[in-house]
Design a protein around this ligand. Structure first.
Ligand code: HXC
Length: 510
C-alpha cells in the first residue's frame, strides 16, 4: 500500500513539472506564469480538483511514441471563485508549446461538457502554438470538437477566454465563440495568419504585436473585451468578473452583500448637464454615482468609446449598463458602438441580467463611411437586441434622445419596463437647428425669423414632457434621486415574466 501511494505521488510530481524545469524557467523569463500557477491565482486557495492528470498523447509519428508527458499540455478541472463553482482549462506552453493534440482536445471537451451539465461557467486560459503538428488531422478534428462544444455552451453557461501567450490559426475560433476574451499586454497575441504569411500574401510588413497584440484587439478589431498588465492582474480581474455573473442560464445572477444606501442622494447630478446642449459631460460619472459602492466593471473600455458597456450592482444584484457617452462623437450611435452594445445586451438577456440604459444620443452618425459600412444593418443589431430582450429594462434619458436612436435605446416601444427622463431631456425627431432648417426652409435668409422658429421648436419639443404626456416616459425624475428611482424600478421588476413567441431561433441581422 505504501509503495502504490509513493508511486502515485511520484507520478503526480512528474506531471506537475509539465515540460520540465528548463521550460518552466523559460516561461518565467518571458514574464509568464505556468499553467498551474495561473490556476492557483484564479481559483480559491485549495479548491482546485484536477482531472486527467495522467492522460498522454497517442501519436506514433515523428518519434512521438518515445516521449509521453503526463497531462499532454493542458491542465483541466474545476474549483471555486469566491465559493462559486467554475470549470477551467489552462494550456501548458512547457509541453510541446501547449499545442493541441487529439487527447489535449478531449480533456478540454470533457470539462466543457461537465460545465454545461453541471451549470457552471468555463474559463479557458490559452497559451498554445496551435495544432500539434505531429498529429495532423487528428488535431484539426480535436479543434472542431472544442468549437462544437463552445457553440452548444453558448447562452447556457458563461464562457470566458484569457489569451496569455500565442493563439494563432484556427485556434482563435474557440475563444472567438466565447462570451468574453481578455488578453495580457505584451505577452499574448491572436491572429488567423501570422506576420510571415501576411508578408508573403499581401506584402505587408507587420510585427506579431501590431498584427494581433492586446492593443490591436482591444482598440481596433474589438475581438478582445479588455487587456491586463500581467498574468496576476488578469486572474484577479477574471475573478472580479465571475462575481457579477450567474453560474448558468438556469440561475439568477448572484446577489452579493452591499454596504451602500439605496436611497443615496447625489445632489451633484442636478447640475451635471451643462447649460449648453452641445457641451459634453462624462456619462461614467453618472454610472459610478448610481452603482453600489461606485463599483463598475467595464467591458470593451477601449473600443467604440461613444457607448459604454459594463456591469454594476444595485442592492447587491448585477445590472448590465449601456450608456451613450457624450464625450466621444457626441454620443452618436455608429457601426462600432451598435455592434458593441448589441452583443452586450444579448449577453445580459441570455443570462437574465437586468439592463439599465442611460441615454444621451443625438442620433446615428451620418456619412458615407457609415452607410457604405452597413450602418443600417449594424444599427439594426442593437435595435433587435433590445427588442428581443425579456429581462427587466430600465431606461433614463438624461439629455438628447433624437430620432431613430431614441427608439433604439431601450425605449418604451421596445418593451422598456420603466422609462425615466431627467427634466433636461430633449425627446424629439431631431435637434432644433436641423428641424427648423427643414420645416422653415423659406425663412433661411432671415436670421430673426429663424431664431424665433428655433426658440419655438425648443420650447415645444426640447423637453421630456411631450413624451411624458403620451406615457412614453413613465416619470420625469430629479437627477439627484436617480439611484433610488432606478433601484426601486429594478426591485419592482424582480418577478417580471415575459416570453417571446416560440421559434427555432431568431434571425438577428448579422
Ligand atoms: C508541436 C510545437 C508547436 C506545434 C510549438 N511547439 N508549436 N510542437 N506543434 N504547433 C513546440 C516547439 O517545438 C518547442 O518544443 C516548444 O513547443 C516551444 O516552441 P518554441 O518555438 O521554442 O517557442 P517560441 O520561440 O516561444 O515560439 C512559439 C511559437 C512557435 C510562435 C508558437 O513555436 C511556432 O510558430 N509554432 C508553430 C505554430 C504553428 O504553425 N502552429 C500550427 C498553426 S495551424 P521544445 O521541445 O523545443 O520545447 C493551426 C491550425 C488550427 O493551429 C486549425 C483549427 C481549425
Amino acid at each position: 500500500m505504501v509503495d502504490v501511494i509513493a508511486e502515485l505521488e511520484k507520478r503526480r510530481s512528474e506531471a506537475a513539472l509539465g515540460g520540465g524545469q528548463r521550460r518552466i524557467d523559460s516561461q518565467h523569463a518571458k514574464g509568464k506564469l505556468t499553467a498551474r500557477e495561473r490556476i492557483e491565482l484564479l481559483l480559491d486557495e485549495g479548491s482546485f480538483e484536477e482531472y486527467d492528470m495522467f492522460v498522454t498523447h497517442r501519436c506514433t509519428d515523428f518519434g512521438m511514441e518515445q516521449e509521453h508527458v503526463p497531462g499532454d499540455g493542458v491542465v483541466t478541472g474545476w474549483g471555486t471563485v469566491n465559493g462559486r463553482q467554475v470549470y477551467v482549462f489552462s494550456q501548458d506552453f512547457t509541453v510541446y508549446g501547449g499545442s493541441l493534440s487529439a487527447t489535449h482536445a478531449q480533456k478540454i471537451c470533457k470539462v466543457q461538457e461537465m460545465a454545461v451539465r453541471n451549470g457552471a461557467p468555463i474559463i479557458g486560459l490559452n497559451d498554445s502554438g496551435g495544432a500539434r503538428i505531429q498529429e495532423g488531422v487528428d488535431s484539426l478534428g480535436g479543434y472542431a470538437d472544442v468549437f462544437q462544444n463552445n457553440i452548444m455552451a453558448s447562452g447556457v453557461v458563461p464562457q470566458i477566454s484569457v489569451i496569455m501567450g500565442p493563439c494563432a490559426g484556427g485556434a482563435v475560433y474557440s475563444p472567438a465563440m466565447t462570451d468574453f476574451i481578455f488578453m495580457v499586454r505584451d505577452s499574448s497575441y491572436m491572429f488567423v495568419t501570422g506576420p510571415d504569411v501576411v508578408k508573403t500574401v499581401t506584402n505587408e510588413v507587420v510585427t506579431a504585436e501590431e498584427l494581433g497584440g492586446a492593443s490591436t484587439h482591444t482598440k481596433k478589431s474589438s475581438v478582445a473585451d479588455g487587456s491586463f498588465e500581467n498574468d496576476v492582474e488578469a486572474m484577479q480581474e477574471v475573478r472580479r468578473l465571475v462575481d457579477f455573473l450567474p453560474l448558468s442560464n438556469r440561475e439568477k445572477p448572484p446577489v452579493r452583500p452591499f454596504f451602500d444606501e439605496v436611497g443615496r442622494i447625489e445632489e451633484s447630478l442636478d447640475t451635471m448637464i451643462p447649460d449648453n446642449a452641445n457641451t459634453p459631460y462624462d456619462m461614467k460619472e453618472l454610472i459610478l454615482k448610481i452603482a453600489d459602492e461606485h463599483d463598475f466593471y467595464e467591458i470593451q473600455e477601449d473600443y467604440a468609446k461613444n457607448i459604454i458597456t459594463g456591469f454594476i450592482r444595485m442592492e447587491g444584484q448585477t445590472v448590465g449598463v449601456v450608456a451613450n457617452q457624450p464625450m466621444v462623437l457626441a454620443g452618436c450611435l455608429d457601426i462600432d458602438s451598435s455592434r458593441k452594445a448589441a452583443r452586450f445586451v444579448r449577453f445580459c438577456d441570455a443570462f437574465e441580467i437586468p439592463i439599465l440604459t442611460l441615454v444621451d444620443v443625438p442620433g446615428f452618425l451620418p456619412g458615407t463611411s457609415q452607410e457604405y459600412g452597413g450602418v443600417i444593418k449594424h444599427g439594426a443589431k442593437l435595435l433587435f437586441a433590445y427588442g428581443e430582450a425579456t429581462v427587466p429594462k430600465v431606461t433614463v434619458i438624461t439629455r438628447k434622445a433624437y430620432g431613430g436612436a431614441y427608439d433604439v435605446m431601450a425605449s418604451k416601444h421596445l418593451r422598456g419596463d420603466v422609462n425615466y427622463a431627467w427634466p433636461t431631456a430633449e425627446i424629439a425627431v431631431m435637434g432644433a437647428k436641423g428641424a427648423v432648417e427643414i420645416i422653415h426652409r423659406a425663412d433661411l435668409g432671415d436670421a430673426d425669423k429663424i431664431a424665433a422658429h428655433t426658440k419655438d421648436y425648443e420650447d415645444r419639443f426640447a423637453n421630456p414632457f411631450v413624451a411624458a404626456e403620451r406615457g412614453f416616459i413613465d416619470e420625469v425624475i430629479r437627477p439627484q434621486s436617480t439611484r433610488r428611482r432606478v433601484a426601486r424600478a429594478f426591485a419592482a421588476l424582480r418577478n417580471k415574466k415575459l416570453t417571446n413567441p416560440w421559434k427555432k431561433h431568431d434571425n438577428i441581422p448579422l
